[in-house]
Design a protein around this ligand. Sequence first.
Ligand SMILES: N[C@@H](CCC(=O)N[C@@H](CS)C(=O)NCC(=O)O)C(=O)O
Length: 202
Amino acid sequence: MALTLYCSLTSPYARRVRLATRLLGMSGEIHEEVVDPFSSPTELLASNPLSKIPVLRDEDGFVLPDSHLILSYLLEQQGRAMPAARGDWAEARGLAIVEGLIDASTSIVMENRRPESIRYPAHIDRQTEAITRCLQALAKPPAPDDFDTAAPVPLSLATALAYMDFRLPWPQWRGQQPQLAEWLDALTGHVAMRDTRPPDNA
Ligand SMILES: N[C@@H](CCC(=O)N[C@@H](CS)C(=O)NCC(=O)O)C(=O)O
């Protein structure tokens, strides 16, 4: 069945799905359609009234409009399951924190895109503090081989940290969490990371 992934090349939510399709060996089955969710394109709205990406859909109108849902679906196709569905609550907690890290980072990026006169610095500070605490909670990186297994925590964490380097003017996290920084740097040359890297001019 032909599957389409509506995505952008810069969204961290889309990137974790794009990483998963590659690590699971499913990228050949999924056509990636790049869209700009902020311009509310008709083809995206037909699948997701929220006009958010990523969205996975098939020709019959089966639609999954959320990265967590899509990861659940992809794993299920391979007889696997997300941590909560397996009752692994420690891993589920870790995943929720990493997903919160992506939410906090994108929230800062969005706030910084407002005209300066209507930016709310207290919001940026609060999200920055949340990121700092999340990184402290996660400080020990996943085992090196976990990334290749397409486990949701490592692929989402790599996405979150790479997104922080890409979009947040806040390189201090690397000094605060050198083990995480080292872990991310070791993945930089990985074929799936290279293949999903945002374009240089993005
Ligand atoms: N919870 C959603 C969040 C998706 C999301 O916020 N995507 C952003 C792209 S980074 C988006 O499409 N934003 C468009 C908008 O907010 O209008 C997920 O995990 O997929």
